[in-house]
Design a protein around this ligand. Structure first.
Ligand code: RFL
Ligand code: PHB
Length: 390
């Protein structure tokens, strides 16, 4: 087999890149470790920046999102059970789209099928060779264990945090920046009407809570839990009880509870590996960087990487010009670090840290009080939350 581009990983970054390249008549192959059903059943992000919305629309995958997604012009933050609103529309005249990553991925797979893009599922033992030669190779085993080898000009690592691509950059060339937080998020999906028409990010002395949603009868809630906690420790009743204690009073008074249809714990981490390119290998999305979900930035950063990378690849194949590819890592990382900063800031502001003393707590409360009253602070929040320009 021979392709111009081989993409490892069929998550949102891999499939979006595959779609953009195939629309530009670039020959592309996607290799995905899991089944399509598994990939499409993962519950993850919920909030899309307007840049992401534009990218999806521009590439023909925005129709169902426009019909079924919810446009949000603001969000609530809460401090000690009292909420205040940050208005994106009034502060910076922008908005976000609430539309699940599960739906985005479904739409992308549908469009890829329409364009007959090659995706091989259930691949194993992916290995990359000759990254610094003119042409590179990817070897893998298909679902029947049969070995395959593919020749390719470029290989794109879109295989998430636990993927294999990043490890092909020599350790002495790779710089890792990492912060692991001493807590995780316990998330619950339930077929109940959302407690609020906009998201609520709640700071509480018992720990952080988030009220989010997927549609008018599907709610997504999270609470901060210690890293050592286990799903088995949380019955639905315990979860609802704890959530009510942390949400602002006007929300907890009206919260409608029901059985959970999904429950999981996600650890929180900030992580960046630099550079995002080695020879013919380019990394994008979670393969190169991870943010704690507090700022809703992970999926959106993956999409901005794909914006820069797809421009570089198209310019290379159309005009034989590698200038944009050569600046990809530098350009993408500039935006990534701003997302890393905002996610870290919002995580630090909203969570209860195990070693937090009274001084730290007072600082958090003062910052939330400032944010609730200062239009300038709200502007800065809005600008980052709806997404910085590409
Ligand atoms: P993904 O989605 O992890 O996809 C990587 C794909 O690569 C496959 N793979 C391999 N394939 C072949 N060979 C191998 N060796 C492979 N190893 C792995 C995997 O099976 C998978 O299909 O990475 P991608 O495409 O870069 O997308 C990144 C986003 O998924 C991620 O940033 C977001 O989900 C993060 N995130 C959120 N982001 C937001 O923008 N807003 C949010 O509200 C938000 N909430 C969240 C989140 C992530 C969460 N978790 C559990 C990680 C909430 C949660 C709970
Ligand atoms: C979600 O709906 O899953 C969600 C929303 C906002 C976040 C994180 C997750 O910041």
């Amino acid at each position: 087999m021979h392709n111009q581009v081989v993409i490892i990983g069929g998550g949102p970054s891999g499939t979006l890149l595959a779609l953009i390249l195939s629309k530009a008549n670039i020959d592309v192959l996607v290799l995905e470790r899991m089944t399509k059903e598994y990939v499409l059943s993962r519950i993850r992000a919920g909030v899309l920046e307007w840049n992401t919305v534009d990218m999806l629309m521009k590439n023909g995958v925005g129709k169902r999102m426009s019909a079924e997604g919810q446009v949000h012009e603001g969000t609530f933050l809460s401090s000690s059970n009292k909420q205040f609103r940050i208005d994106f529309k009034n502060t910076i005249n922008k908005q976000v789209m609430v539309y699940g990553q599960t739906e985005v991925t479904f739409d992308l797979y549908k469009e890829l099928e329409k364009h007959k893009v090659k995706i091989i599922h259930e691949v194993n033992d992916v290995e990359i060779k000759d990254l610094t030669k003119e042409t590179s190779f990817v070897s893998f085993k298909d679902k029947d264990g049969k070995p395959n080898i593919v020749k390719s000009k470029f290989i794109i690592g879109c295989d998430g945090f636990h993927g294999v691509s990043r490890s092909h950059i020599p350790t002495k060339k790779l710089k890792i920046f990492e912060k692991v937080y001493p807590f995780g998020w316990l998330g619950v999906l339930s077929e109940t009407p959302p407690v609020s028409h906009e998201l609520i990010y709640a700071n509480h002395s018992r720990g952080f809570a988030l009220a989010s949603m997927r549609n008018e009868n599907l709610s997504r809630y999270y609470i901060q839990v210690p890293n050592s906690d286990k799903i088995e420790n949380w019955s639905d009743d315990n979860f609802w009880e704890e959530l009510k204690l942390r949400l602002p009073t006007e929300a907890s008074d009206t919260l409608i509870t029901g059985p959970s249809i999904e429950k999981s714990i996600a650890p929180l981490r900030s992580f960046v590996s630099e550079p995002m390119r080695w020879g013919n290998l380019f990394l994008a999305g979670d393969a190169s960087h991870i943010v704690p979900p507090t700022g809703a930035k992970g999926l959106n950063l993956a999409v901005s990487d794909i914006h820069y990378l797809s421009e570089g690849l198209i310019t290379f194949f159309k005009n034989n010009d590698d200038q944009l590819l050569n600046t990809y890592s530098e350009k993408a990382l500039l935006r990534v670090w701003k997302g890393i900063r905002f996610s870290w800031w919002m995580t630090t502001l909203m969570h209860n840290f195990p070693n937090q003393d009274e001084f730290d707590r007072k600082i958090q409360l003062a910052e939330l009080e400032y944010l609730s009253n200062s239009i300038e602070a709200q502007k800065s929040f809005s600008e980052n939350y709806v997404g910085l320009p590409y």
